[in-house]
Design a protein around this ligand. Structure first.
Ligand code: CTP
Length: 404
């Protein structure tokens, strides 16, 4: 991708320090960053650091006549290919939603005809407030792009959603905003890897999924221009560069992350989710007791694919996987109906096939209309073909999927 002109509005929150790294990461990729600091932001980062890292003049004041003579604020707001607001505080989002123009940042945002990507950052209570949620809904309706926030511990000592997305995640969202290809402008959710279910603080139950097929699918979707949220358990294979990566450990965490990532145009469930978790996972390490064996009792994990397939905000296309060893097609067809997904990617993982842990895969795609068997090929090729099929389906939705 060619370097783009990015107007970066830095809001006044503690996460402003991450904006410095963001400038570096964007510059490394050839983008030219023009920074704007709100008055509050300059309490958190100095104009000097921002100017040094961006190699550009820092714009701060609406009524700076010298700046206005050099480049008017209307021109400033329109000469960018993309406006990025990071961190976007609750106050800045509220002012954007209301269309205020009482400082340089809000005036630029109101005057622009360029796309805007915001990375919210605020305390979890502020994020959860109905007022903030109303503002977010308004801004989404206005076509504002969002990245994050993430769940995590915050500078204020609380835990939950509100932490600004990491600089590389914001870079990924920037790249996605400029993406070209049949999936440009589409958001696709992919689950991948195994889940781990704790027994006690040092032991867990897991499975042998490496995350290879899910990662290859995410990469193929990115190559077609999609914005990808990649929710992954602890996998062997590193996550794809350019996706918004959400790392989870348990099935319950995976469900929460998936629900937080919706809405999406399509969702592909390639994760090997543990069907059960230990109901009474211990908070301290289980000790050996002479002559006595431990007993674990289990609870059923949520079925993420089934939950999303029946959700009110269900993606238009939901794809599951069925790894089977016997009666592959019949079992997979039954699974597709049971889970309520549109397509299921079935494969035979009997040891004789060498598919489990191998580099090739032989799959059959089961849809309402029937089954399509693909020849055995490299897992990367399966991913590419699946991504192309997703692009086709989103381009040509079935008549019953078109909502007027
Ligand atoms: N899946 C899920 N959540 C679960 C279990 C499975 O989202 N708790 C998804 C997987 O990501 C996959 C599909 O459901 O896309 C099929 O998973 P599988 O484990 O094969 O299905 P099960 O319901 O466990 O059926 P069975 O054990 O009978 O094969």
């Amino acid at each position: 991708m060619q370097g783009k002109r990015i107007l970066l509005i830095i809001g006044g929150g503690i996460a402003a320090y991450k904006a410095l790294d963001l400038i570096r990461r964007l510059s490394e990729r050839g983008h030219a960053v023009t920074p704007v600091l709100t008055r509050a932001a300059s309490e958190f980062v100095t104009p000097l650091s921002v100017a040094t890292l961006s190699g550009s003049k820092v714009h701060q004041d609406l009524f700076d006549l010298t700046q206005e003579a050099e480049i008017g604020h209307i021109q400033l707001s329109r000469s960018a290919d993309l406006i990025v607001v990071a961190p976007a505080t609750a106050d800045l989002l509220a002012r954007m939603a209301q269309g205020r123009a009482d400082d340089l940042a809000s005036t630029l945002l109101l005057a622009t005809d360029t796309r805007v990507l915001v990375a919210p950052a605020m305390n979890v209570r502020m994020w959860d407030q109905p007022a903030t949620q109303r503002n977010l809904a308004t801004l989404r309706g206005d076509g504002i792009l969002f990245v994050g926030p993430n769940d995590g511990s915050m500078a204020c000592g609380e835990y939950g959603p509100g932490r600004m997305a990491e600089p590389l995640e914001i870079v990924a969202a920037v790249q996605a905003a400029f993406a070209q290809g049949p999936l440009a402008g589409r958001h696709v959710l992919v689950t991948s890897g195994p889940t781990q279910e704790p027994i006690d603080p040092v032991r867990y139950i897991a499975n042998r999924s490496s995350g290879a097929q899910g990662t290859a699918i995410a990469r193929a979707l990115l190559a077609l221009g999609a914005r990808v949220t990649f929710v992954t358990g602890p996998a062997e294979v590193p996550p794809p560069e350019g996706a918004q990566v959400v790392r989870v450990t348990t099935a319950q965490e995976m469900l929460r992350a998936v629900e937080a990532a919706l809405p999406a145009d399509a969702a592909i469930f390639a994760a090997a989710v543990a069907d059960w978790r230990v109901a009474d996972a211990r908070t301290s390490k289980m000790k050996k007791v002479a002559g006595a064996l431990p007993t674990l009792s289990f609870a059923e994990n949520p079925d993420i694919l089934h939950t999303v397939s029946h959700a009110a905000n269900r993606p238009g296309l939901v794809i599951g996987f069925a790894a089977e060893t016997d009666d592959v097609i019949a079992n997979a067809a039954a699974k597709r109906r049971r889970k309520g997904c549109d397509w299921i990617v079935a494969n035979d993982v009997s040891p004789a096939t060498g598919i489990m842990g191998g580099t090739e895969n032989a799959v059959t795609i089961l849809r309402e209309e029937g089954a399509e068997t693909w020849p055995r090929m490299a897992k990367d090729m399966v991913a590419r073909r699946l991504a192309e099929a997703v692009a086709d389906a989103l381009r040509n939705p079935k008549p019953q999927d078109i909502v007027s």
